[in-house]
Design a protein around this ligand. Sequence first.
Ligand code: AP5
Ligand code: MG
Length: 193
Amino acid sequence: MLNVVIFGAPGSGKGTQSELIIKEFGLDHISTGEVLRNEIRNGTGLGKIADEYISKGLLLPDELIIHVLTGVLDEKRGTKGVVFDGFPRTIPQAKALKKILNERGTDVAVMLNLDVEEDELVRRLLERGRLSGRQDDNPDTIKSRLEVYHNQTAPLIGFYREEGTYHAIRGTGTIDEIFGLIKKKLESLTTDC
Ligand code: AP5
Ligand code: MG
């Protein structure tokens, strides 16, 4: 299986690039942020809890989000591989993902880190906030999301370096240019298999 962790700060292009990857390589996509926003739209119990955290730009507790991820992953049995977008976001989540995949006879093939400077991240998120009104794309919540990224999520770079699956991708330029870099890396992995 080709399991890809697409990684980066809020606004780095994880969702945008995931869409292109799944089309090109025939993979499934799990965005934990999308899963939670759906729950909020449907007014479920999980949605109500998620709303509290998302509106403040904070992460849901590890135990809860790992439970959610496991459930979604189990719906994708028989897949060629999964693009994990927005998960893992903490070291316990990364360890849990490894365990869950290992139990299913597979592992993360590569972690792609979309590298984008902070000014550009803020510009993209504010612009999307103006256009689409995603509730967490406002100046206060963006500030909190970026702090949470630096404190809780960026340490995963070290985790995946040690795993030997870390790969940095320049995350600025056109969407197609960035996808070209990703495609080259993923093709090198599929021909290695
Ligand atoms: P999540 O939905 O994962 O949001 P995020 O990480 O903040 O990232 P975004 O979705 O905003 O950005 P992206 O990297 O996907 O970029 P995109 O392609 O959209 O998480 C939301 C919340 O859910 C979290 O804060 C947390 O509360 C909760 N949550 C989710 N997962 C969790 C977990 N594992 N544990 C605990 N809590 C969790 O692009 C952004 C914008 O830029 C778009 O408008 C796009 O069109 C534009 N753009 C993209 N590429 C380019 C480019 N090359 N040039 C110019 N513009 C571009
Ligand atoms: Mg996203």
